[in-house]
Design a protein. Structure first.
Length: 456
C-alpha cells in the first residue's frame, strides 16, 4: 500500500508552485518535509490528501487506503457553532457514511476510542471558544478517530507548547508502530532530525533532497532549503526613557492585577505555556477585553477598546492571523491599506505597499496578490506591515513566529530590532523560551494569569 506522486506539476494561474515532483509515502514510516515558506510544501500535501488535483502528473493511491489530513489552519474542517464532541461525532459518522445514529452511543464510542491516546479534550466546550492549540488537538483527534491508513500533518506543532509537542510525537511513534504511513511538515529542523525517518526538502517548488533524516546536520538542512544563511544580531540599545505604563490589568478575580512598564527602544518578552492566559493578556492590552489604565508621560487614559489603544499608538498582531488579522480574499495592498483614512488613492496605496513589501521582504512582490495564496510566513509579514505608520509606538505580537520558517523569522526579528532602534517598543508573547531569550530585553513569565519576573 502506498501513495505515489509521479511527475507532478501544479500552478496557480501563471505561478508555478510545484515542478516535476516524485514522492512515495510508505506504511510504517514517518516522512518529514522541510522548506522555506512558499516552497510548495502545503500544496504538495493537499495533492496527497486529494484536496486539489495536480496541473500535470499523477497521484496514485492504493485500493482501500484511507487518508486523514490535518491542515495547517485549524478552523478548516471544524464547525465553530458545535461542541468538540459534536464535531468528532460528525467526523466519525461521515467517514462511515452513517446518517442516523444514537448521540449517546456515539459519545461513548468516541471517548472510548480516544481514551487509549490519553487525549485531554474539552469535549463539551464550543469549538469557537477553544484556543488554537485545543483546536489543533481536535483535528488530531479526528484523524486518530477514523483509523486511516495514512496521516498527513501540515505544521501540527506550530501552536503547541513543549508538553503538547511531546504528546504529539508520542502519537506519531505509536502510529508508526501500527504500520501507518505518515507525512509531517515541520519548521523545527531539530524536530525533523529527531522524530522523522526520512526527509524531503523542497526549494522553489522542486525536491532538492531526499534521504535519511539523521544523516544531515541542522546547518546542512538549512543549506538545502536556501543558499542564504540565518543571521540575526540584536542591536544593543539604551532603554531608559519611559514609553507606556499599563496599569490595573485584571485577567482573573483570584490573581493580583498586572502592571507593565515599557521603555522606548525596548522589547518585553512574555513567555507562557498554552492555557496560562497569555493571549488574554495580549488582547486586554489591545483593548479587546476588560478596561485598564494607560499612562503616557504625565497623562492617564482609560483604554476600553482597540480604537482607544490604536489612537495612542498601540497595534496588535494576533496569534491566529488568518481568522483575526487578515482579509484572505483581498490583496496585499488592500490589507496593508485597510486602516488608512480619507479618499482612496490607489497609486499612493501601491507605492506605500511596495515600500513595505521591500522592507519586510514579502514574497511575491506583487501588491495585487491575494493573501489567500501567500505562504504562512508572508501572511504574517503582511499582518505586521498593515500597522506600520508614523503613529505606531508600541507593537503587541502574539506568537508571531507560528508557522514561520527560519528566514521569515529573521526578517521579523530584524524589523522588530529596527523598529525599537528608532524609538518604538514591543511586547512579544511566546510559548518558546528560546524566542524569549533571543528577542527580549526583559523577560516575564505568565502562569495562570499571574505575571512573574524572569523565566519560571
Amino acid at each position: 500500500m502506498t501513495i505515489k506522486l509521479e511527475s507532478v506539476f501544479f500552478s496557480y494561474g501563471e505561478s508555478e508552485v510545484l515542478n516535476d515532483i516524485n514522492f512515495t509515502v510508505k506504511p510504517g514510516k514517518i516522512d518529514g518535509m522541510a522548506g522555506l515558506n512558499g516552497a510548495g510544501k502545503s500544496t504538495l500535501m493537499k495533492i496527497l490528501a486529494n484536496r486539489i488535483q495536480p496541473t500535470n502528473g499523477k497521484c496514485k493511491v492504493s485500493e482501500n487506503s484511507t487518508i486523514a489530513y490535518v491542515p495547517q489552519e485549524v478552523d478548516e474542517g471544524l464547525v465553530q457553532g458545535l461542541t468538540v464532541i459534536e464535531n468528532l461525532i460528525i467526523a466519525l459518522n461521515r467517514e462511515i457514511k452513517k446518517f442516523f445514529f444514537s448521540k449517546k452511543k456515539s459519545v461513548e464510542f468516541v471517548q472510548n476510542r480516544l481514551s487509549k491516546w490519553n487525549l485531554n479534550l474539552p469535549y463539551y466546550k464550543q469549538v469557537s471558544d477553544c484556543s488554537i492549540y485545543e483546536k489543533q488537538f481536535i483535528l488530531i483527534a479526528k484523524a486518530l478517530l477514523n483509523d486511516a491508513s495514512y496521516f498527513l500533518f501540515d505544521e501540527p506543532t506550530s501552536s503547541l507548547g513543549n508538553t503538547e509537542k511531546e504528546q504529539f510525537f508520542s502519537f506519531l511513534h505509536n502510529l508508526k508502530k501500527m504500520g501507518k504511513g505518515i507525512v509531517v511538515i515541520l519548521h523545527s529542523i531539530d524536530e525533523l532530525i529527531k522524530f522523522t525517518d526520512e526527509l524531503t526538502v523542497l526549494r522553489s517548488g522542486e525536491i532538492v533532497y531526499q534521504g535519511i533524516s539523521s544523516t544531515l546536520s541542522v546547518e546542512e538542512i538549512i543549506g538545502q532549503m536556501s543558499s542564504g544563511k540565518f543571521t540575526f544580531k540584536k542591536t544593543i540599545k539604551e532603554c531608559n526613557e519611559p514609553a507606556f505604563q499599563f496599569r490595573n490589568i485584571r485577567l482573573s478575580e483570584t490573581k493580583p492585577s498586572i502592571n507593565i512598564e515599557i521603555n522606548k527602544n525596548e522589547v518585553i518578552a512574555i513567555y507562557g505555556a498554552n492555557g496560562n492566559k497569555k493571549t488574554s493578556l495580549a488582547k486586554t492590552i489591545w483593548g479587546n477585553r476588560s478596561q485598564y489604565e494607560l499612562i503616557i508621560g504625565r497623562n492617564s487614559f482609560l483604554i476600553k477598546s482597540p480604537q482607544h489603544a490604536y489612537k495612542k499608538g498601540i497595534a496588535f498582531v494576533p496569534e491566529d492571523r488568518r481568522k483575526e488579522g487578515l482579509f484572505l480574499n483581498h490583496s496585499i495592498r488592500e490589507n496593508i491599506s485597510f486602516n488608512k483614512r480619507g479618499w482612496i488613492n490607489k497609486n499612493l496605496e501601491i507605492e506605500s505597499s511596495q515600500f513595505l513589501i521591500n522592507t519586510l521582504s514579502i514574497f511575491p512582490k506583487d501588491t495585487e496578490k491575494e493573501i489567500l495564496h501567500l505562504s504562512g510566513g508572508n501572511q504574517q509579514k503582511v499582518s505586521i506591515a498593515k500597522w506600520i505608520s508614523p503613529n505606531l509606538k508600541c507593537l503587541i505580537l502574539d506568537e508571531p513566529l507560528k508557522g514561520v520558517d527560519i528566514y521569515a523569522k529573521q526578517h521579523i526579528f530584524q524589523y522588530i530590532d529596527e523598529f525599537c532602534a528608532n524609538g518604538g517598543c514591543v511586547i512579544y508573547f511566546t510559548n518558546d523560551i528560546e524566542e524569549a531569550n533571543v528577542i527580549g530585553d526583559k523577560i516575564y513569565t505568565i502562569i495562570q494569569g499571574e505575571l512573574l519576573e524572569g523565566i519560571q
